[in-house]
Design a binder for this molecule. Sequence first.
Ligand SMILES: Cc1cc2nc3c(=O)[nH]c(=O)nc-3n(C[C@H](O)[C@H](O)[C@H](O)COP(=O)(O)OP(=O)(O)OC[C@H]3O[C@@H](n4cnc5c(N)ncnc54)[C@H](O)[C@@H]3O)c2cc1C
Length: 322
Amino acid sequence: MSVLVFADSNNNKITKSSFETIFYGKKLAQQLQKDCLVVTYGNIDQQELSSLGNFGAKKVFIAKSLVNSDNQHLTKLISKVVAENNVDVIVFSHDISGKSLAARTAANIGAGIVSGAISMPDTSNGFVIKKAVFSGKAFAEVEITTPKKVISLLPNSFQVEKTNDNAEVIEISFDATASNVKVKEVKQKGGKGILLNEAELVVSAGRGLKGPENWGMIEELAKELGAATACSRPVADIGWRPHHEHVGQTGVAIRPNLYIAVGISGAIQHLAGVNGSKVIVVINTDKEAPFFKAADYGIIGDAFEVVPKLIEAFKKFKAANN
Ligand SMILES: Cc1cc2nc3c(=O)[nH]c(=O)nc-3n(C[C@H](O)[C@H](O)[C@H](O)COP(=O)(O)OP(=O)(O)OC[C@H]3O[C@@H](n4cnc5c(N)ncnc54)[C@H](O)[C@@H]3O)c2cc1C
């Protein structure tokens, strides 16, 4: 009996959200007195795979034959590892690929699923997990009653603690030829910066910036902080910024430690994607902007005056502390 965690990768590196998911899997395995196993795929360095033991993996299964994979293949791979290792709980990150893989896997193996979990399961009387509902405005406690269970964990829900343990790495064979879907090309999202869904700090801007030519200061502020950039939906719709930066109900949902919103009104659809952020800072000329109600810190002021001053202040702070 064991807990299996799916670890995703980007450019042959295990993603940061997977470290959190493995740590969650380890805690859950300890709670259930089981082992924490990990499954991944692609051309990932042996040492990196072994170091997943730092986060709690006992064994890491890798299918090197899967490189540019699709969800059909991955679902089959995960289901195969589940069947061969007597797995009863499978954990995914609730990110773009994890969300769909969790649902497909649950359907494939006949498991109950809780998507967007934010707590460890309460196993004192059943298997009950807390999740956020209504765009983070309320919580629901959901019980999974099937023998096999699937959980997708909302990123940035748990503080990861590392150890010096190593995992045993096991290469598994997998026939990647038979699929109804063929991946012909993989295009990396634009930009070389920090991935939005992995970022701990995010600087985001909206229509208050007036035009795409004014984004230089947003990028500079993000660079000074080591943050990713994001935007409101209209900004992506008009084409001022790429669509993968759009956060909110219909965009990416993020939970960074710090979210700085510049010239964004704070409409409910925008808040739905960012209100899980630990600290929210809002910069807006309009003191009645709804975003101030959700903010931890608010600056009523013109972005074109405030942002350059912030950049200057961060530069001075860094110079003084280097
Ligand atoms: C079904 C549906 C789904 C949606 N999904 C999303 C979503 O996922 N994400 C999303 O973002 N939106 C979404 N929207 C749109 C949402 O309702 C808002 O229209 C949108 O978020 C507003 O974007 P904004 O704040 O950039 O622009 P605006 O509403 O135009 O606000 C601009 C803000 O900038 C301020 N401002 C102006 N000048 C300055 C300045 N010089 N300095 C500082 N502040 C200034 C203004 O006071 C104002 O508050 C959705 C809408 C619908 C109907």
